[in-house]
Write a protein that binds this ligand. Structure first.
Ligand code: NAI
Length: 288
């Protein structure tokens, strides 16, 4: 996998997993096209990378804003051509249970996590195919794209299932073009994701946050801060690209929950009585 001198376009690249992937791309000698909604963090990330001699171009971008994304994509394509690696990574997590999420909660998370991924694919993949070059796509889903949990992660989990679904179909569609797709399904990673509401649009009501959601947020904060390092996720992502593996499962400890869910589906197919649905470990801990 010779990536030297090739371009990687990375959304949510100013922090956490996106920034770790940018560093990993830089280590491979790639040119980094870094996009993020947060201008200050974006410039700091670019400065950090440039300090190491990396070629970096920055784009202020809300991935859920189609007009803005079109403009950014046009400028990327005209100045750098089709990216060799497209990373649809920008994402937000907000505490919203299935039964109590507001329409604005839905709109924000679907807009960033799902539409942001979809727009990235629509705006770049046709050009990647037309270039006739081999290439790569990384989509950041989550372990919550493979399994759900009760509590307030319902909407987030729904968006990550969507990212996983589109990644699977995209992987099949792009194989004949020599473009490999990998999907990241991490458990907890120590990043700034628990403070995703720093980018909360004004129309999402903070007052709607229930005491239970705040309590869960405190729990999630400690869970995430004890997570694995984002650099480890980036290393595993690159190992998957090199070996052309699709799923990147950084937390094998969730195997049992995933198997439980699959067993329930198989039992339903066989007409057997169902017991409980699979639960993420942190959900189990919360419910105990
Ligand atoms: P982070 O908060 O450290 O980084 C997310 C980046 O996305 C930030 O730089 C933020 O400014 C940017 N961003 C937010 N909204 C945006 C928008 N509308 N347009 C463009 N950029 C936007 O969080 P982290 O953890 O690095 O998140 C990256 C991805 O990893 C997300 O998709 C998240 O759902 C996923 N993930 C994170 C896990 C974790 O435990 N940290 C676990 C599983 C998945």
């Amino acid at each position: 996998m010779d990536l030297r001198g090739k371009a990687a376009f990375i959304t949510g690249g100013a922090s956490g997993i996106g920034l770790a992937l940018a560093k990993r791309c830089a280590a491979e000698g790639m040119t980094i096209l870094l996009a993020d909604i947060e201008q200050g963090a974006l410039l700091s990330a670019a400065q950090l990378l440039r300090g190491e001699g990396v070629k970096v171009f920055t784009y202020i971008l809300d991935v859920g804003n189609l007009d803005q994304y079109r403009e950014v994509a046009n400028s990327v394509l005209s100045e750098h051509g089709a990216p060799h690696l497209l990373v649809n990574n920008a994402g937000v997590a907000w505490k919203a249970p299935a039964s109590g999420a507001t329409p604005e909660d839905w709109r924000w998370m679907v807009s960033v996590n799902v539409l942001g991924t979809g727009y990235g694919i629509s705006l770049f993949v046709p050009a990647m195919i037309d270039s006739g070059q081999q290439g790569y796509v990384i989509n950041t889903a989550s372990i919550t794209g493979l399994i759900t949990s009760p509590g307030t992660s319902a909407v987030y989990s729904a968006t990550k299932h969507a990212v996983l679904a589109v990644s699977e179909t995209l992987a099949h569609e792009l194989r004949p073009h020599g473009i490999h797709v990998s999907v990241l399904c991490p458990g907890s990673v120590a990043t700034n994701i628990t403070e995703a509401d720093r980018n909360l649009p004004a129309e999402v009501e903070r007052s709607a946050i229930t005491a239970a959601a705040e309590e869960e947020r405190a729990f999630t904060r400690s869970f995430v801060s004890n997570g694995i390092a984002s650099d480890a996720v980036a290393d595993q992502a690159f190992a998957a690209l090199a070996e052309r593996r699709f799923y990147v499962i950084t937390h094998p400890e969730y195997r049992e929950e995933i198997e439980t869910r699959h067993r329930q589906i198989e039992a339903a197919i066989a007409g057997e009585p169902a017991s409980d649905v699979g639960l993420l470990q942190f959900a189990k801990q919360m419910l105990n």
